[in-house]
Design a protein around this ligand. Structure first.
Ligand code: 9WN
Length: 439
């Protein structure tokens, strides 16, 4: 497929997934607005329609809570209620004193990509007063989100924030969570899965894992979604390298924007937060032996077991030194299984828990590839960045605009399809970005 055709398809997908004021990640499987998806989607829009890009972000922040928290799903459409589980009635967000009263949302968040997304939108249209006004309007909202995270998700004041649920990581069923699930017991829940009606079971998390996901939310409900109680009592409390990288990268973007738009007090605060975050990040999460960053379990007081593509995300935020970055390249090489796999499988292929078709336990994801290649480029590692870019385009050409992808090149060539949702928005949005890129 030619680049022109690929671009045309990508544009068609984004527009087909557009709803009034927001864009769904994928029809059938994800019928509402998702937080970090909206960030990648806005980036795609910024190449051809800045208004759509700005609106995607504005709609997301309309659902922000009183304490700055930004929920991970906004259940805009009543008509789609029956098509996703767990929905608004499971979360029961009004149990929290901070919940948004105008929108039905979840009570979990997702990686804070908004700061750097807004900077990219600004760069795409900085000469336009409409875009400048947008930045001025959104800056305090993104700032409020960061304040929420630093004040409520960093109980030991380390500069690293924790996630309270696997759905907050964006990498839902990564094998790194397995040992947490093995550390406690939960009841069997009775519910009807919606995801497995549209995607094959072997590509989604098993039912027993969903019981754990739901149980955590039930615990939080009991505590009225109070972060202090969650930090004190919940069995799931993790410092995630992807989530924290997005926070640091967004801090950096806000610092640059804050200087331009004279948010002086905020810029000083962001600089303080970031200095602390970056040094804690390197001291606590970098695994010298493996050559990449790890997840830290605050409950057990140790790294979680397993190497994931999230461990490469700190490059996007400029966190590793040049020497650490070089070390990460050899880790990346081993994820490729001597070139047999497309870069970058979501989980280390030599680990016996690796599953090439199952969601975040092995398949390649376009958003992770995009973050990592942007990170490499910022270090001047053009060869690797280009390699990931080309492999990503090739994989999408062979398999289509799926949610996630078969890593084995041999199978990819023959099979002609990927996994999970089809006509997936962030895959389309980021392909638009890659095709517009000069790399
Ligand atoms: C739960 C929408 C989202 C992504 C996540 C991805 C998946 C949801 C689900 O889909 O998660 O949030 O129901 O499986 O893991 O990263 O934002 O695309």
């Amino acid at each position: 497929m030619s680049d022109a055709l690929l671009l045309k398809r990508a544009l068609q997908i984004l527009l087909a997934n557009e709803r009034p004021g927001y864009t769904i990640p994928g029809a059938g499987i994800y019928p509402f607005q998702w937080k970090w998806d909206s960030g990648f989607i806005a980036l795609g829009y910024s190449h051809f329609d800045l208004r759509k890009a700005m609106r995607e972000m504005e709609t997301l922040f309309d659902a922000q809570w009183a304490n700055g928290f930004v929920p991970h799903i906004i259940f805009h459409s009543v008509a789609e209620r029956e098509n996703y589980f767990p929905g608004a009635d499971f979360y029961h967000s009004s149990l929290s004193e901070n919940a948004n009263i105008d929108y039905e949302t979840t009570t979990l968040t997702q990686p804070p990509v908004e700061g750097w997304v807004i900077e990219r939108i600004f760069r795409a249209g900085n000469h336009l007063s409409e875009v400048q006004e947008f930045v001025k309007r959104l800056f305090p909202k993104v700032m409020a989100q960061h304040k929420y995270l630093y004040e409520n998700r960093d109980p030991f004041n380390e500069g690293l924030v924790y996630i309270q649920h696997n759905w907050e990581s964006g990498t839902d069923n990564s094998p790194v969570w397995d040992e947490i699930w093995n550390s406690f017991n939960v009841p069997e829940y009775n519910f009807s899965r919606k995801d497995t009606q549209v995607v094959k079971e072997e590509q989604r998390p098993p039912k027993r894992e969903y019981d754990y996901y739901l149980y955590l939310i039930d615990l939080f409900k009991k505590w009225h979604y109070n972060d202090k109680s969650i930090a004190e009592k919940s069995p799931f409390l993790v410092q995630d390298p992807l989530f924290n990288s997005m926070l640091v990268a967004s801090n950096k973007s806000l610092i640059r924007l804050g200087k331009l738009f004279r948010f002086t007090r905020e810029t000083e605060q962001l600089e303080k937060w970031n200095k602390k975050s970056i040094s804690a990040f390197n001291e606590k999460l970098f695994d010298k032996e493996a050559g990449l960053y790890r997840h830290f379990d605050l409950r057990a007081g140790k790294w979680l077991d397993g190497l994931t593509s999230s461990g490469f995300a700190p490059m996007f935020a400029g966190i590793p030194s040049l020497q650490q970055m070089k070390r990460m390249l050899s880790a990346m090489e081993s994820f490729s299984k001597k070139g047999q796999y497309y870069l970058i499988p979501s989980f280390e292929p030599d680990d016996n828990r690796f599953e090439p078709q199952r969601y975040w336990r092995g398949p390649v994801w376009v958003n992770m590839n995009w973050l990592i290649l942007e990170g490499l480029r910022s270090y001047g590692e053009r060869t690797w960045a280009k390699k990931i870019k080309e492999e990503t385009l090739q994989m999408v050409r062979e398999q289509g605009f799926f949610e996630y992808f078969e890593p084995a090149k041999k199978i990819s060539r023959k099979q002609g399809f990927g996994y999970g949702g089809q006509q997936f928005s962030w895959t389309a949005a980021l392909i638009i970005d890659l095709l517009n890129d000069k790399l």
